[in-house]
Design a protein around this ligand. Structure first.
Ligand code: ACM
Length: 506
């Protein structure tokens, strides 16, 4: 019998020789109530069966936490004809066991089953993320919650929100109310903007926590700050346009950026905060101070990418000060890898590598600087797991700058320890798949671009290294991810039905 399809691939999965467990209208679930509610919701959507509360007599599904059983976020599933037990080493592990259980539910001639199986599983990397850009197009709270559900089902545990960019400021801050009053109304292409109130942000953070995810807020600086200038003109330099930026504007349309007017085009690199003005650092302290108080997770991201109109010297000054402000708030700064060029970046700063699978133009050296400081890297190789890259065939959505269209196979076929030379598992905090939204306007657009490729990123983040498991091959992944089609449909995920994948219809 072939192995049940689990994505991301588990550490160990063995099928038993016995008959499967049968899920019926009499099946009961016992144990942790949050996990039972999560399982009941998925099983209900997938099978239309309502699981009843059990009495713990050992003949239904049992969901337990046993802190002695393994490392953080790990779980074990044992299923046979008589019973199914899911044991998490902690609440997150139990939640992930429930996700795996929901994936292996199958149907035969007599009804729904859980195959006889033993699964032992734990994550490779502690940080497993997706990023959603809510600045280029604003996405409402309900869309973000839906993305949290989808990501959590793949055992991802971090939602990075790119909250600000040239095109808009999307988080209300009491200390700087003009940001959302004056700089949130529009999105790319003249579309409507929007922003999160503090209550909205709290709702997102709490919803994420209920799915064992942290929220990593990003305020991108010192570039990507044209919107700041709409609210606080005294903090921002006038836009600077290079020939390359003019080329982008020619290719993608839109007006040239002008000081004091909202920008709704797709050019990057033309904006900068004023580096040698103390008012800038009062602003940075206000913004991150308020965000730190709103963010229970350990990370605050200060961007640092594509500051193309800031000199290298000024960039280094800014990065040192912004990272120190965040570190002094008791948070761990995160920055895109360019910030590694700043000699005095705070030592605890985590770098986020967004170069290609084969690093170019000094990207590896900048990324390695974070390791030399004693910190780690989050890997987001753009030509593999930038979820906004076009598919080779399929929807017109997306961009192509990261080595052309990105197939599901390319999103899958890379090994984290092979990306930045000299950086192995000890230097890697985790893997994150960003979704930039220049062309992405709706939750349906997000689904199409993220699924199935977010599953490839999740496997890089959670599963054993390529070569360490016979499941960690493209041939295995395409079969396993194809088997999830009906589950994803029952969850309302409008995935791209890529012709690279043999999609199951039931
Ligand atoms: C980036 O894609 N500019 C981080």
């Amino acid at each position: 019998m072939s192995l049940p399809a689990v994505v991301p691939a588990p550490v160990s999965i063995e099928t038993g020789s016995g008959a499967p467990f049968r899920l019926t209208s009499a099946t009961t679930v016992t144990g942790e109530t949050d996990a039972a509610a999560a399982l009941s919701a998925i099983v209900g959507a997938r099978t239309a069966l309502a699981l009843a509360d059990g009495d713990g007599d050992g003949d239904g599904i049992e969901l337990r936490i046993d802190t002695g059983t393994g490392g953080p976020e790990s779980y074990r599933i044992v299923a046979d004809e008589a019973s199914v037990s899911v044991t998490g080493a902690d609440a997150a592990g139990l939640f992930y066991g429930v996700q795996t259980l929901s994936q292996i539910i199958a149907r035969d001639e007599q009804g729904w089953t859980v195959p006889a199986v033993t699964i032992d599983d734990s994550p490779r990397f502690a940080y497993r993320g997706v990023m959603l850009d809510v600045a280029r197009h604003f996405h409402p709270v309900e869309t973000v919650k839906g993305y949290i559900d989808r990501a959590a089902s793949l055992k991802l545990n971090a939602l990075h929100l790119h909250l600000t960019d040239d095109q808009g400021w999307r988080i209300h801050l009491d200390s700087r109310p003009e940001l959302t009053e004056k700089a949130s109304a529009t999105s790319v292409g003249g579309d409507l903007g929007g922003f999160y109130t503090k209550a909205d942000f709290r709702e997102i953070v709490e919803y994420a926590a209920s799915r064992h995810m942290i929220v990593v807020p990003e305020i991108d600086m010192p570039g990507h700050t044209h919107a700041v200038g709409l609210a606080y003109p005294e903090l921002a330099e006038d836009p600077t346009l290079s020939d390359h930026m003019r080329e982008i504007i020619r290719d993608y349309g839109g007006e040239e950026p002008r000081a004091g007017s909202p920008y709704d085009g797709m050019a990057v690199g033309f904006s900068s905060l004023k580096i040698h003005d103390e008012a800038t650092y009062d602003f940075v302290a206000d913004v991150f101070g308020e965000l730190a108080a709103m963010t229970p997770g350990p990370y605050l991201h200060f961007g640092g990418d594509e500051s193309l109109s800031t000199t290298d010297e000024d960039f280094a000054v800014f990065v040192a000060r912004a990272s120190a402000i965040i570190a002094d708030l008791g948070k761990t700064p995160v920055a895109w890898h360019e910030a590694g060029a700043a000699a005095d970046v705070a030592d605890t700063t985590v770098g986020q590598y967004w170069g290609f699978l084969t690093p170019q133009e000094g990207a590896a050296e900048k990324a390695t600087a974070f390791i030399d400081n004693g910190a780690q890297l989050i890997l987001s190789p753009a030509d593999a797991i930038y979820l906004d890259m076009k598919y080779p065939s399929g929807p017109e959505l997306g961009l192509t700058w990261a080595n052309g269209p990105t197939s599901v196979e390319r999103a899958y076929s890379w090994e984290p320890s092979d990306v930045v030379p000299g950086v192995d598992d000890a230097g890697i905090l985790g893997v994150e798949a960003p979704l930039w939204t220049e062309t992405i306007r709706t939750s349906a657009d997000i689904d199409t671009m993220a699924f199935p490729r977010a599953a490839a990123a999740a496997e890089a983040a959670w599963s054993p290294a390529t070569g360490a498991s016979e499941l960690r091959t493209w041939a295995s992944f395409r079969e396993r991810v194809g088997a999830l089609g009906p589950l994803w449909t029952s969850m309302g995920i409008g995935f791209h039905p890529s012709d690279e994948i043999p999609w199951a219809t039931e």
